[in-house]
Design a binder for this molecule. Sequence first.
Ligand code: 2RA
Length: 329
Amino acid sequence: MKIAVVGATGMVGKVMLKVLAERNFPLTELIPVASEKSVGKEIDFKGKKYKVVNLQTAVDLQPDIALFSAGGDTSKEWAPKFAEAGITVIDNSSAWRMDPTKKLVVPEINASSLSQEDKIIANPNCSTIQLVLTLKPLHDKYKIKRVIVSTYQSITGTGVKAVQQLENEYKGEQGEMAYPYPIHRNAIPHCDVFLENDYTKEEMKLTHETKKILNDNSVLVSATAVRIPVVGGHSESVNIEFENDFEITDVKKLLSETPGITLQDNPSVNTYPMPIYAEGKNDVFVGRVRKDHSHAKALQLWIVADNLRKGAATNAIQIAEYLVENKLR
Ligand code: 2RA
């Protein structure tokens, strides 16, 4: 199994390499791919050195699967070229997520929809993945009417420039700005760009992608996405209104039995999910599960996940694992 990692020198690409090694993915050859300026650089993977190549060379080397995390423009231009060459692309950008001909996959939810014909598979947005993994079992059992979510997003979601901005601000130094304002000791309610409806693109991704992955346009979602000076993962405060009644003990049991979710919920001993705990782990952590005292059929909960892992690299690799295990690649 030949695997290409497109964007291998980027923040998510590096985590993809780490997770491929950790999970002992059955690859016989690794093809690290990056822009021309990185071509020739050496990548160490499981004690072996691999030279970075450019995109055309990667197509010519005919990998079985290409994990893309190289931005939407590169995906838009190159994913079709890889697919035409018979290579299965799993793309972490937003380029293909809402394309009606492309699958948007969280393996625990809808990997079974995949077939050999799927040559470009979209990895959902990080904040969507942790949300829908939690919503899916609840939707199946209690039918969700409406979701109100506020996110508290790690600066790693923006990239290296944002991490550098925070480090500069810690040191009281002026440097390149990833955000319109200082992020140190601040919270910026502005992730990605603002749209006509005064929501941001990040907020509308939560709305549109959730509906597509749950395959239910009736689910109403309103989001506020906030950037905070944290690096370990994205946190989300979620209020869910159901059609049906529920018992909180049943909800907690259901979540604790859901693959990919770790229920971390014991306020009496200060146990709840936090980015400093979730960082470096592949699960989605759920806690603060409680009946909404203001609404008989609503639930309040808190979700945290490492946005570079389950929010990006790990989810993409789990899709690749599913393809291999089910002989779809
Ligand atoms: C962010 N989810 O956190 C977006 C893209 N990674 O900025």
